[in-house]
Design a protein around this ligand. Structure first.
Ligand SMILES: N[C@@H](CCC(=O)N[C@@H](CS)C(=O)NCC(=O)O)C(=O)O
Length: 213
């Protein structure tokens, strides 16, 4: 069986999620860089593989998978070690809800193509675009903190990493890049610190990826 291939960009938080999940599962994979700054995601060649023109995409077991949450779910079903979701229906729904709070309700509003559209098509200044970015993070994270706190331990749910932490760490990385204050989120910060102490998370960090020249 050939090694899985991750179509990746070092600063893509959706791709960062998949790097973490691959590492947690111990899957050896190959990276193909899609340079978002250069617009590689829009190339006819890449769009022929992924019509959405987004990263990540994972080629694995003869499949071409897109959408980070779908990819993570595939990996969780495919590799039984290090489960990323709890077994009980209610706990699973809770963890998926935390992951989706980030992946569906914060991240898409701050995606590169959205920011570019605000600036280039709608004529907003960089200052306004930055304010937009910070606004959606500052709106989403308090809800996530409140959702997580009652059932959190060392991680967002209990004392082991789940799919919610896999989404959290890249989102907080993004928030810091845009200088969004995070002090009001002790549960999130604790989970992030514990996650980053694990090599699977640390090795997926953008600073540890080979960067396009
Ligand atoms: N819902 C998708 C989002 C993927 C996504 O938005 N990827 C971003 C990078 S984080 C991207 O490729 N952006 C390219 C662009 O905006 O042109 C997922 O979770 O995989």
């Amino acid at each position: 069986m050939s090694r899985p291939i991750l179509y990746d960009y070092f600063r893509s938080s959706a791709a960062y999620r998949v790097r973490i999940a691959l590492n947690l599962k111990g899957v050896d994979y190959e990276r193909r860089q899609i340079d978002l700054r250069e617009g590689d995601q829009q190339s006819a060649e890449y769009r022929a593989l992924n019509p959405q023109g987004l990263v990540p995409m994972l080629e694995i077991d003869g499949h071409r998978l897109t959408q980070s949450l779908a990819i993570i779910n595939y990996l969780d079903l495919r590799y039984a070690n290090q489960p990323l979701l709890p077994a009980s229906a209610a706990e699973r729904a809770h963890v998926v809800a935390m992951a989706m709070t980030i992946a569906c309700d914060i991240h898409p509003l701050n995606n590169l193509r959205v920011l570019k559209y605000l600036k280039n098509e709608l004529g907003h200044s960089q200052e306004e675009v930055d304010a937009w970015y910070a606004h959606w993070i500052s709106e989403g994270l308090p809800a996530l903190e409140a959702l997580a706190a009652p059932k959190a331990g060392q991680f967002l749910f209990g004392d082991g990493p789940t799919g919610a932490d896999v989404c959290l760490v890249p989102q907080l990385y993004n928030a810091r890049r845009f200088n969004v204050p995070l002090d009001a989120y002790p549960t999130l910060l604790r989970a992030e610190e514990n996650a980053n102490s694990l090599e699977a998370f640390a090795a997926a960090h953008p600073d540890r990826q080979e960067v396009p020249a």
